[in-house]
Ligand binder design. Structure first.
Ligand code: NAP
Length: 257
């Protein structure tokens, strides 16, 4: 499979969807800069292909991300595609809401995007090309049970992608928003509730790359989760909260041991 990119930067590359993206892009001849905190896992990944180069970094560290971006440019010359995928999730009922965890989640899932987007915009707009893809979630469309930290952070990511898509294409820069449903990864392995229509991480990566190649703005999958969550987004509040309390919250309830 040949791709329309020579170089790419993938964050959240050490496990799950990000790792699969790196492997598939590298297998198609793309030189990929792989970022996450776990330097050992990135080194292991980079040994799998000469096209993969590890750039360990914490996405919440603004200065370190700007330095990582500079180092990637120094090594690759330019970044054709950036898939900003690093993320964290924890399932917390609103009754146990903790402001520190809320801030930590926002720092990774939203500010982590911002810390990459800032240097990328400057570089891509100057050369009038490039593609920035933000990974959010179908959980960002509306406020859902157990997603007290995750939901708002993913809603912010969706909003940022919409803002960028309104402005950057006229400067030659493509923008994509990736909203997966449930995917089998270390992130979802902790979930005790049922995860309808869950797919494998390699399948998710293939769907993402296919959507990016087609230049789609919104890449959302699988279609069943897309249909359910987009339908929920259209509902007026009384109907939405009826659905949340009587259907979604019941399904999200961890099984009683
Ligand atoms: N799995 C799903 O069902 C699902 C559904 C919708 C959306 N998503 C989104 O898809 C993305 C990938 O998720 P996944 O399921 O593949 O999860 P995952 O396997 O847990 O991967 C998360 C990645 O993010 C990295 N990361 C976390 N905090 C970081 C930080 N501070 N700095 C740098 N990297 C950090 C992790 O690496 P280190 O720990 O090594 O830093 C890891 O590589 C996330 O944005 C997630 O919200 C997933």
């Amino acid at each position: 499979m040949s791709y329309p990119w020579t170089t790419a930067w993938v964050t959240g590359a050490s496990t799950g969807i990000g790792r699969e993206l790196v492997e598939q892009l590298a297998a198609g001849g793309v030189r990929v800069a792989a970022t996450a905190r776990s330097a050992d896992k990135l080194e292991d990944l980079s040994r799998r292909s000469p096209n993969i180069v590890a750039f360990p970094c914490d996405v919440t560290d603004r200065v370190a991300m700007s330095d990582a971006h500079k180092s990637i440019l120094a090594r690759f010359g330019r970044i054709d595609l950036a898939i900003l995928n690093a993320g964290v999730w924890d399932q917390t009922p609103a009754l146990r809401f903790d402001a520190t965890r809320a801030a930590e989640t926002l720092a990774v899932n939203y500010l982590g995007l911002a810390n990459a987007v800032a240097p990328l915009i400057a570089e891509m707009v100057e050369r009038k090309s490039g593609h920035i893809a933000l990974v959010s979630s179908v959980a960002g469309y509306r406020g859902l049970p157990l997603a007290a930290y995750y939901g708002p952070s993913k809603a912010a990511a969706i909003s940022l992608a919409e803002v960028l898509q309104g402005e950057l294409p006229r400067h030659g820069v493509k923008v994509s928003l990736i909203n997966p449903g449930f995917v089998e990864t270390p992130m979802t392995a902790v979930n005790e509730f049922s995860m309808p229509f869950i797919i494998k991480a390699d399948d998710a990566a293939r769907r993402i790359i296919r959507g990016l190649r087609k230049g789609r703005f919104e890449i959302v999958f699988p279609w069943q989760m897309m249909a359910m969550t987009k339908f929920a987004r259209l509902l007026p509040y009384p109907a939405f909260f009826w659905l949340v309390r009587n259907v979604i919250a019941v399904q999200a309830e961890p099984p009683k041991k």
